[in-house]
Design a protein around this ligand. Structure first.
Ligand code: THU
Length: 140
């Protein structure tokens, strides 16, 4: 059973994380798209934020969610509790497929809240990416 739901307003805890994600989005480096995304990941040990970082060599751009996850993992954090994703330019910020795969690597049960349809959607990573490819399928 999933927990996918639409929300108009956030809990106090989500609000706190939302503010961190919004702060991160304002640091985005987006000369190509002008689309600023921010992510905040709450782990057992703290909060890790990320923004998207683009490059003149287009394929090298990196999403906000993966920046936050990689910062957390590189700090020794793998116990992910909650993530929120926002953007500045629109009110739709569902995580891309590549980010969903990276989330699934570490935390299929992670709850992700993102701006969607004028409000927010909250879903588990395993709902965002059903039947995710993983180590049991021959991956590393
Ligand atoms: N982007 C993210 O940061 N996260 C996503 O999940 C979707 C896309 C960024 C990548 C690029 O810098 C910009 O949004 C436009 O695609």
């Amino acid at each position: 059973m999933g927990i996918g739901r639409e929300q108009v307003s956030l809990t106090n805890q989500q609000e706190e994380l939302l503010r961190e994600a919004e702060k991160a989005a304002r640091k985005a480096y987006v000369p190509v798209s002008g689309f600023r995304v921010g992510a905040a990941l709450k782990t057992a040990g703290g909060v890790y934020t990320g923004c998207n970082i683009e490059n003149a060599s287009l394929g090298l751009s990196m999403c906000a969610e993966r920046v936050a996850i990689f910062k957390a993992v590189s700090a020794g954090e793998r116990d992910f509790l909650k993530m929120i994703v926002v953007n500045v330019e629109s009110n739709d910020a569902p995580p891309c497929g590549a980010c969903r795969q990276v989330m699934a690597e570490f935390a299929p049960e992670l709850e992700v809240t993102y701006r969607h349809g004028g409000g927010f959607s909250t879903r588990l990573v395993r709902e965002l990416l059903p039947d995710a490819f993983g180590s049991r399928n021959g991956g590393a």
